[in-house]
Design a protein around this ligand. Structure first.
Ligand code: ZN
Length: 243
């Protein structure tokens, strides 16, 4: 999928793979994950396809410990994750910002339960978008987990199929501004089969251009307090790295 996108054969792609990958560490399978698909994909893009800077957006319910650990010292790969916290796997505090030369290139947005479409879109608008536009990725990869779906048995989030569509569109908009729309998604978690089906379909409609959901419209109805608290926390550790 990454090859097709990077060589321009496809504008974007969604790899519907199982098992998921973002919990897998270099030397250890973990949390249903055997190999870290997105981490392997990112390095593949750099080494084989000569891509420089890569943004990884991880909207799965869980923190992608394996992905963070793979790149936390690396300023060429920016890892951005929203996740329920504290929760499995335990990593992903907002103070985890990367190490060494990679400081500032890990952006964790830990959330309590109850975040829905509007709050996610607002956080994308206020945290992800400005940092991403400053970082200027040449490719965007997405760890697309559907366990933030409102009916997911493992999660406490309230994202609906329209929310997933708008999150996809928000990322596509960033990609249009930075890297000719180059986006590749890979499937992570998701434990309500109907929710995963419905949400996956909406994401595909967005990627293919059949739908054009407005992220700004959805973000408008966010519970401001829920968003402000999180933005303030992220700012407190990242304002020395990002404008
Ligand atoms: Zn998950």
């Amino acid at each position: 999928a990454i090859s097709e996108v990077c060589t321009g054969k496809l504008k974007n792609a969604f790899a519907l793979v199982r098992p998921p990958g973002h919990h897998a560490e270099r030397g250890q399978a973990k949390g249903f994950c055997l190999f870290n698909n997105i981490a392997v994909g990112a390095r593949y893009a750099q080494e084989r396809l000569k891509v420089g800077r890569i943004l990884i957006v991880d909207w799965d319910l869980h923190h992608g410990n394996g992905t963070q650990h793979s790149f936390e010292e690396d300023p060429t790969i920016l890892y951005f994750s929203t996740h329920q916290f504290p929760y499995y796997p335990g990593t992903g505090a907002y103070t985890e910002i990367g190490t060494g030369k990679g400081r500032g290139y890990t952006v964790n947005v830990p959330l309590t339960i109850g975040y829905g479409d509007a709050e996610y879109l607002s956080l994308f608008e206020r945290v992800l978008k400005p940092i991403a536009l400053e970082f200027k990725p040449e490719l965007i990869l997405v760890s697309a987990g559907f366990d933030i779906y409102i009916g997911d048995p493992l999660g406490g989030m309230n994202v609906t199929p329209v929310g997933f569509a708008a999150m996809t569109r928000a990322i596509m908009d960033i990609a249009d501004q930075c890297c000719e729309g180059k986006v590749a998604l890979t499937l992570e978690g998701g434990y309500d089969v109907n929710g995963e089906r419905d949400s996956g379909k909406e994401v595909l409609k967005e990627l293919s251009g059949l739908n054009k959901t407005s992220p700004a419209e959805l973000a408008g109805s966010a519970m401001q307090e829920m968003v402000d608290t999180v933005v303030a926390r992220v700012k407190s550790v990242h304002d020395q790295y990002w404008k």
